[in-house]
Design a protein around this ligand. Structure first.
Ligand SMILES: Cc1cc2nc3c(=O)[nH]c(=O)nc-3n(C[C@H](O)[C@H](O)[C@H](O)COP(=O)(O)OP(=O)(O)OC[C@H]3O[C@@H](n4cnc5c(N)ncnc54)[C@H](O)[C@@H]3O)c2cc1C
Length: 299
């Protein structure tokens, strides 16, 4: 869930979970993996692939997240009515992995991009320590609408584009694809040390794009690489595109217009928008200013 106002009916397959920070680990240059546990995770049902969830992170002067209500019918109004300085921020993230350890402990990993202390989620992640508790709306059933990666059965080639915010989702997709699946992927990252190992059984040809262009120049850099690249011939390609909204739009256009992929076989999601916080995106969604072909998108 991102910029769409969460109506109770739309979250029937979701519920609140309390997530306790167990440990953190730095990955590459830009990522911090936060591993969460807690008794409520026994009922957490990640659908895998690009499963996302909504985190509620405490304001800087609070250690734990507190909400006046976690009731399906009333939480949203109660959360919005909180004084701004006390209101937890809501942010969308990806379940990189869910597992039960040999000791029977339920855990999930979330990989946060650390992009600066001026942004609440990045700030929180950079200071996450064991014992801190946050809240999340996450999946209570594995088949849910926050798994967006849904290639049709006949798919014979998967095209992928992700920037660093969507790399955890891309990694989780690759993790799960079977041997024989053909993948052509382009992953854009801010730093060469972010080219992390991506285990997969699939036949995956991955090109890393280490960003050199600031601001909107990033989109031109990505398009230059894509236009120069070959992709294998396919009868029924499926494209999964996620990352910064402006680049996502441009990559989608490239895939549909220049690579002639059927637009119905393209799943694209803006994970964030340059210069715009998630609060601003939410406000736009309420005002009806953010028309999007993808309901849960920052486009
Ligand atoms: C379905 C979905 C899944 C996602 N999964 C992940 C995930 O697994 N890991 C992850 O790190 N992010 C993920 N994101 C993206 C994340 O929600 C956004 O980056 C979010 O804006 C971060 O919140 P913030 O409080 O740090 O920044 P905000 O307060 O929302 O934004 C503040 C400023 O920072 C800019 N900004 C936001 N993100 C970045 C960034 N990464 N780099 C540079 N500038 C940025 C904004 O444009 C704005 O100007 C996901 C988004 C969606 C929709």
């Amino acid at each position: 869930m991102t910029v769409t106002a969460p109506a109770p009916a739309a979250v029937a397959h979701f519920r609140f979970f309390a997530l306790d920070v167990l440990r953190t680990r730095r990955l590459g240059h830009s990522f911090l993996r936060v591993t969460f546990g807690g008794p409520s995770l026994a009922d957490f049902r990640s659908g895998g692939y690009d499963q996302s969830l909504s985190l509620f992170l405490p304001p800087p002067h609070r250690e734990h997240t507190v909400l006046p209500s976690t009731d399906e019918e009333t939480w949203f109004g109660a959360w919005r009515a909180m004084p701004e300085e006390e209101r937890p921020v809501m942010r969308s993230y990806t379940v990189r992995e869910q597992r039960r350890t040999e000791e029977g402990v339920d855990e999930i990993d979330i990989d946060f991009v650390l992009h600066g202390d001026g942004s609440p989620a990045s700030f929180w992640a950079g200071r996450a320590v064991s014992g801190r508790r946050i809240l999340a709306i996450g999946p209570a059933v594995a088949e849910n609408k926050s798994v967006r990666f849904q290639p049709p059965a006949a798919t014979d080639l998967i095209l992928m584009y992700a920037d660093e915010t969507a790399l955890p989702a891309a990694a989780a997709i690759l993790d799960r694809l079977p041997a024989g699946a053909r993948v052509r992927a382009w992953f854009e990252v801010p730093h060469e040390d972010d080219r992390i190992v991506l285990p997969t059984a699939a036949d995956a040809d991955i090109t890393w794009i280490v960003r050199t262009e600031p601001g909107s120049g990033r989109t031109d850099q990505v398009l230059r690489v894509l236009r120069a690249a070959e992709a294998p011939h396919a009868q029924a390609p499926y494209a999964w595109i996620a990352g910064e909204a402006g680049t996502v739009r441009a990559v989608r256009r490239h895939v549909v217009q220049e690579r002639c992929v059927d637009r119905r076989a393209v799943r694209f999601t803006g994970y964030w928008r340059l210069g715009t916080s998630e609060e601003q995106l939410l406000a736009e969604a309420y005002a009806g200013e953010a028309p999007s072909e993808e309901p849960d998108s920052a486009l």
